[in-house]
Design a protein around this ligand. Structure first.
Ligand code: C5P
Length: 205
């Protein structure tokens, strides 16, 4: 069984993907981490994230980079969103994601284009979304708990910028697959969101 979980930043897709992987005992790949590693590697190389050649060179990042806490930062998220525009970067990361998705026994993958490009044959496709306000508040609380001081407005503006870049790009834009089940987590807490996802999986099987 392949489970594809797509959606924008801070929608709850990562939490849902991890919970589903645990429940159905499937391996899980957070594909955003791959794009974040490319973004981080460009920075380490002193390259330009908007230059396709620099971004392509950065796709050969060492696997150890995937464990770097810097990957979680907002700055790296922004860089990831810039390098992910280049078709050569998406192509370079395709095989790795495809191999993960098609391993015997199945897998859960979360990202932006799993149900549309990486695994369009997935048995279960979820599109997890939430209002900008709800997502900004979540991100703000997360950052406050980590001791980072930022305004809610700044976070909301950042999310909008990232959404716009992810939905407007030509290659593999963020959008729900026609056969995806949409889960809006705006008014749901963690457990409710996971319960809604499990219900969606059960009814798709
Ligand atoms: O999900 P996350 O916020 O970690 O993703 C970082 C960025 O990587 C996204 O804003 C998006 O531009 C890009 N991405 C992508 N395709 C994926 C996963 C992430 O383009 N499958």
């Amino acid at each position: 069984m392949i489970v594809a979980v797509d959606g924008p930043t801070a929608s709850g897709k990562g939490t849902i993907a991890r919970a589903l992987a645990e429940r159905y005992r499937l391996p899980h790949l957070d594909t955003g981490l791959l794009y974040r590693a490319v973004g981080r590697q460009v920075l380490l190389d002193g390259g330009d994230p908007d230059d396709p050649a620099d971004a392509l060179a950065a796709t050969r990042f060492p696997d150890t980079l995937l464990a770097d806490p810097h990957l979680r930062s907002e700055e790296t998220g922004g860089l990831a969103s810039r390098v992910s525009i280049h078709p050569v970067v998406r192509e370079a990361l395709f095989e790795r994601q495809r191999a993960f998705a098609t391993q015997p026994g199945g897998a859960v993958l979360d990202g932006r284009d799993i149900g549309t490009v990486i695994a369009p044959e997935a048995e279960v496709k979820l599109f997890v979304t939430a209002s900008v306000q709800a997502r900004a508040e979540r991100r703000w609380k997360e950052m406050r708990d980590r001791g980072v001081e930022v305004s809610l407005e700044e976070i909301a503006a950042n999310l909008r910028r990232r959404d716009e870049r992810d939905t407007q790009r030509k290659d593999a834009p963020l959008r729900a697959a026609p056969d995806a089940r949409v889960i809006d987590t705006s008014a749901l807490d963690r457990d409710e969101a996971v319960a809604a996802a499990i219900e969606a999986v059960e009814s798709a099987l």
